[in-house]
Design a protein around this ligand. Structure first.
Ligand code: COA
Length: 260
């Protein structure tokens, strides 16, 4: 599929998706949200793609938020639909992918940009990154899951302060808060993400997918995460990867996972 606002590149088991509207600081307009949905879906279905890295183009921004020019005159109903549809086709969609998704946060990650980074399975930032949920400064609140995921990641008090002040935190503060896992230079950001991705791909991707499902279950209302874990654990025993992983250990050799 051809995209107007994103670039995708495949190399050695990793698909990198780059949001490519640098003049608008990669702000998420509807077309970009739709294209991201399709790009993530394609990468998830692609058997060769083991890990997805998401980043922004240019040196300034990951994503500076939802595109304000598109929703400035929306009605109550349109606003509600905007959030519901975005959450469904992109934010919750990414979170629930069975392929691991790493956000490489290379600059501003504001509003919908931080929400998108938080929907990824984990985040790595460059040292120029700035993160925040400035929606209340526009008279609105985060609508792409930000009130929920920021609270899960940094705790209620920190989330409340960040959301109420509409302020930005720098990469080191985000590291301190547990919002990002690593901070590095801008040049080293994608190489570091690739190194982490390569560590992941040495493992059973079937088991990794089950682990994502079980960890996510911890945050789903009405779902008992321990039960999901038990089922997923049992399911692994029926996979070729499990046979290979345990046999390789007992034979003192490296596992060659078939990914089934
Ligand atoms: N939606 C639409 N356009 C955006 C945008 C957004 N969220 N963020 C940036 N842009 C556009 C600007 O309008 C500008 O476009 P123009 O050159 O056609 O005027 C371009 O991107 C560059 O942004 P600019 O504001 O000139 O860059 P800056 O370095 O002075 O400031 C920010 C950077 C990120 C501080 C500033 O752009 C900003 O506050 N953006 C909005 C952040 C926000 O509130 N996000 C939450 C949305 S819900």
């Amino acid at each position: 599929m051809n995209f107007n606002n994103i670039l995708t590149e495949y190399d050695n088991g990793i698909t990198t998706i780059t949001i490519n509207r640098p003049k608008k600081l990669n702000a998420l307009n509807q077309e970009t949200i739709n294209e991201l949905h399709h790009a993530f879906k394609e990468a998830d279905l692609d058997e060769d793609t083991k890990v997805i890295i998401l980043t922004g183009s240019g040196e300034k921004a990951f994503v500076a938020g939802a595109d304000i020019s598109e929703f400035a005159d929306y009605t109550i109903e349109e606003g509600e639909y905007l959030a519901a549809n975005g959450q469904k086709i992109l934010f919750s969609f990414v979170e629930q992918l069975s392929t691991p998704v790493i956000a490489a946060v290379n600059g501003f990650a504001l509003g919908g940009g931080l929400e998108l980074a938080m929907a990824c399975h984990f985040r790595v930032a460059s040292d120029n990154a700035k993160m925040g949920l400035p929606e209340v400064s526009l008279g609105v609140i985060p609508g792409y899951g930000g009130t929920q995921r920021l609270t899960q990641l940094v705790g209620k008090g920190r989330a409340m302060e960040m959301i109420m002040t509409a302020g930005m935190i720098d990469a080191n503060k985000a590291l301190d808060f547990g919002l990002v896992n690593h901070v590095t230079t801008q040049d080293e950001l994608l190489p570091l993400c690739e190194t982490i991705a390569n560590k992941i791909t040495k493992n059973s991707m079937v088991a990794v997918a089950e682990a994502i499902k079980a960890v996510n279950a911890s945050f789903e209302e009405g779902i008992n995460g321990y039960e999901v874990e038990i089922k997923a654990f049992g399911k692994c025993f029926g996979t070729e990867d499990f046979t290979e992983g345990t046999t390789a250990f007992l034979e003192k050799r490296k596992a060659e996972f078939p990914g089934k």
